[in-house]
Design a protein around this ligand. Structure first.
Ligand code: GLU
Length: 294
């Protein structure tokens, strides 16, 4: 694998929130610690869920935290032709197939698709990747350790292009991680169970598999995943240090000895020097009380 290239790939469904800041800072620290590059990608694949102006506000917030892409930001809304050609090659090789099943058709199998059971043909079928029976995928995550998934039983044949015509995240992320020559994917642990699907797609498309590290999720005082209101709580880019310190704490790092008035660039520099990936906890972490106003 070539020189380290990491990335952060937010979906523009709202302002940058604290959980995203942890993923952004974590992926940036891994990249800088390895002397590598860090790239940004806007995952604007899903217009119905997109919030107008959110992508630009997220990028501006990241810049206020000193986190700036080393290459032009890639926007998935401009990548249609690339997803189309990947899909065509999967259809041509017989790995992907048209599917007329609706959500209710699949209710009996808990939403897992193993064979088409469509009650009716749809005008706009979805396209799925076929997952052969017995498909088991194992990988070593740098934070979460060994992960094993029986993809056929736990996920089933999965969607590459939705019935509404939009591209599925799994296809786009694999095409774009390869296009951006990403060697290391560092992101929140909520995406851990997507890795086997992404590896299957990489193999089917003849693309390299990056290394993976999944960062702890942030939970509330009761150990629940942050509620929508807390999760979407914007972090304040005008006073970046408290939020950066709080994200650093979630990443299990030893507090930096820097005055509260240090500029962000100085804080980030010290953070790269002090960063120890082995200290990152795998399990959910409480929302720090300081640095994130609730
Ligand atoms: N766009 C996804 C999100 O905001 C992240 C995808 C990824 O990092 O692979 O949750």
């Amino acid at each position: 694998m070539g020189a380290y290239r990491g990335r952060f790939a937010p979906s523009p469904t709202g302002d940058l929130h604290f959980g995203s800041l942890v993923a952004a800072l974590g992926s940036w620290l891994f990249a800088r610690h390895a002397g590598g590059q860090w790239l940004l990608r806007v995952e604007d694949l899903d217009p119905p869920r997109e919030v107008a102006g959110a992508a630009d506000r997220q990028l501006a917030a990241l810049a206020a935290f000193g986190l700036v892409s080393d290459a032009p930001v890639l926007r998935q809304s401009t990548r249609d032709a690339h997803y189309r050609s990947a899909l065509e090659s999967l259809l041509a090789s017989g790995r992907a197939f048209e599917c007329h099943c609706s959500r209710s058709d699949l209710a009996a199998t808990g939403g897992i698709h193993r064979q088409c059971v469509a009650g009716a043909r749809r005008r706009d079928p979805s396209i799925r990747l076929g997952v052969p029976t017995g498909t088991r995928l194992a990988f070593d995550d740098a934070v979460q350790g060994r992960v094993v998934q029986r993809v056929d039983r736990e996920v089933g044949d999965f969607v590459l292009r939705r019935a509404d015509g939009y591209w599925a995240y799994q296809l786009a992320v694999v095409v774009d991680d390869a296009a951006q020559v990403i060697t290391d994917v560092v992101r929140g642990a909520d995406l851990l169970d997507s890795v086997p699907r992404q590896v299957l797609l990489q193999r089917a498309l003849g693309l390299p598999t990056p290394r993976y590290a999944h960062l702890p999720l942030v939970v509330d005082a009761h150990g629940r995943k942050l509620s929508k209101s807390l999760a979407t709580l914007p972090v304040d880019g005008r006073a970046p240090l408290p939020a950066l310190r709080a994200a650093w704490q979630v990443l299990g790092q030893v507090p930096l000895r820097l005055s509260g008035a240090a500029p962000v660039s100085k804080w980030l520099h010290a953070a790269v020097d002090g960063f120890d990936p082995a200290r990152i906890p795998s399990g959910p972490q409480p929302l720090p009380t300081a640095g994130v106003s609730a």
